[in-house]
Write a protein that binds this ligand. Sequence first.
Ligand code: NAD
Ligand code: ZN
Length: 350
Amino acid sequence: MADKMIAIMKSKPAYGAELVEVDVPKPKEGEVLIKVLATSICGTDLHIYEWNEWAQSRIKPPQIMGHEVAGEVVEVGPGVEDIQVGDYISAETHIVCGKCYQCRTGNYHVCQNTKIFGVDTDGVFAEYAIVPAQNAWKNPKNIPPEYATLQEPLGNAVDTVLAEPVAGKTVLITGAGPLGLLGITVAKAAGASLVIVSEPSDFRRELARKVGADVVINPFEEDVVKEVRDLTDGNGVDVFLEFSGAPKALEQGLQAVTPAGRVSLLGLFPRDVSIDFNNLIIFKSLTVYGITGRHLWQTWYTVSRLLQSGKLNLDPIITHKYKGFDKFEEAFELMRAGKTGKVVFFPHRK
Ligand code: NAD
Ligand code: ZN
């Protein structure tokens, strides 16, 4: 095995990142080393690349970026028992303590001591990467790496869509970025009867249609609430799924959801939002879920089974594939401009 590797490094506290050659790391106690077969860019990586306020407060360069991954285990560290060389794994991003109140009551996804893989540690935008064994998820060999790397964001989408069943229900999704697009295919696979998508970008509305949205709406040009009512016999949708982080979309969705309906909120708002709680939530008797991360490990089982069922339509969502990392800057700039769905790298050229 090579002893040097190429990696995308956040090397300085400034905009951008660098392609560097570094030593292949050695797995320590409780860690495994993987050969990265596929890795995908998440919105969080973009924030680190752009060096926004959050990144400045959290990231300590130099650090290898990335956390969405599929790879083959090539070495296991001391004390790792249930993972072997040759296993094909992906990784959960939340490194949890297992000891706090939330962990001990099964709510690992909101562990009080969460560290984030690829944010608080070196990540996977590299030819080889260290994964904490407790965060490894074994994949069936028949799932291609470009799908297996999407499981982490698919987990966000699954928890958002399936906080309650959607079979036979009408659904509004606001925001068709990478996560909203994954939400569309999950909702369709789970039997939603009508999936309406509100998204201002022409490019992403087109992607939403290709993924399987029944109706797409441009919220900057059309009246979302009226369109939704017209499509649902005047009732409004049973389920509202917020994937945009746009305050306006939140308000429109709360107006468009039927009384006693269900709401899941995944999008992160850039600031405090002001909502008419009385009329839009309380008097409507809505059930509202805040969604963060993925349930460990229930959601991974669901995601893995959905992938194996062949019911997810992921190909239109993966808009860009790169062999090697040479064009990583192009990839990040396209993503910044909203000109992508998911971007996948295959670090090894063969
Ligand atoms: P993204 O920014 O790529 O996508 C958001 C989409 O919303 C864009 O396509 C944008 O055009 C669209 N949009 C903007 N204004 C809108 C409006 N008024 N109505 C409808 N759509 C509108 O982000 P993403 O990577 O797809 O992630 C989606 C959201 O989920 C982000 O806010 C992200 O921060 C959040 N997120 C949350 C978690 C969590 O654990 N809660 C995890 C990952 C991502
Ligand atoms: Zn904990």
